[in-house]
Design a protein around this ligand. Structure first.
Ligand SMILES: Nc1ncnc2c1ncn2[C@@H]1O[C@H](COP(=O)(O)OP(=O)(O)OP(=O)(O)O)[C@@H](O)[C@H]1O
Length: 232
């Protein structure tokens, strides 16, 4: 198996604030991995370390077997990591289609393009020429996912995609994530929604206070125990 992402004893900081402590984790090609933990434990900082928004000062980060000192969003996408950020960050003065085309700017080869994204999310085709921010929260999340997929990533990192969404929309996200993974994209799903985690992930990491405190297969996991690590 190809190891897409590997953190080994990563320590990451914002200025002098030491947030990640010896974090080791990995995602293989095609894997469905969840990263869970309460608010403020450092989950987003894992994403920020990948994108060089938090500084890596100890340990190593590798992508596709190559050491990385932190990638910018564009270079990360070129290397095959696309991020759906927390809060979606739809660009307000661009239309839905323009937001999607922005995601495709890296032009990696693969099955995802405007036509296949519109097939996955018909609502985006219907509203293609309206501003991205005219969409509902769930539709904006779909746009953020579509925009990330336009880069044909080998790894899709999703930062709390269910946040603020109705359960019926979360159900739809579970179906979509499984479809993307079935088509070969590895997922790193940062989440607190147990129902989404259990429907999508096969393996998970639990974080507390900037460290990984548990790792294992989802199958056979004590869900009650997991719940304790997630509830605020
Ligand atoms: N830009 C920043 N500068 C300084 N400290 C930060 C910054 N961003 C986050 N932190 C701190 O780093 C810690 C981890 O935050 P992080 O956002 O990674 O947590 P999280 O697990 O993703 O939580 P949430 O679910 O609330 O987003 C928190 O204590 C937070 O206050």
């Amino acid at each position: 198996m190809t190891r897409l992402l590997k953190f080994e004893a990563v320590n990451a900081y914002y200025g002098r604030a030491h947030v990640l402590h010896d974090v080791s984790l990995h995602v293989e090609a095609g894997e469905r991995v969840a990263l869970v933990g309460r608010n403020g434990v450092g989950k987003t900082t894992v994403v920020n370390t990948i994108l060089n928004l938090a500084s890596l000062r100890g340990g190593t980060m590798q992508f596709n077997g190559r050491a990385q000192q932190g990638l910018r969003t564009y270079t990360a996408a070129r290397a095959g990591i696309a991020v759906v950020p927390q809060g979606r960050r739809i660009i307000a003065n661009l239309t839905i289609e323009e937001n999607l085309l922005l995601g495709g700017a890296v032009k990696r080869p693969g099955p995802w393009n405007l036509a296949s994204i519109y097939e996955l999310f018909p609502i985006l085709r219907e509203r293609a020429h309206t501003p991205g921010t005219a969409l509902s929260g769930g539709q904006q999340q779909m746009l953020a996912i579509g925009r990330a997929m336009m880069a044909n990533p080998s790894l899709l990192v999703l930062d709390e995609p269910s946040e603020g969404l109705a359960p019926v929309i979360v159900d739809q996200l579970a179906v979509i994530f499984n479809r993307l993974a079935d088509a070969g994209t590895a997922l790193l799903l940062i989440e607190q929604n147990l129902s989404l985690i259990t429907r999508v992930a096969r393996r998970l990491y639990v974080m507390a206070k900037g460290s990984i405190i548990e790792e294992g297969a989802l199958e056979g996991l004590d869900i009650e125990q997991l719940h304790k690590h997630i509830v605020v």
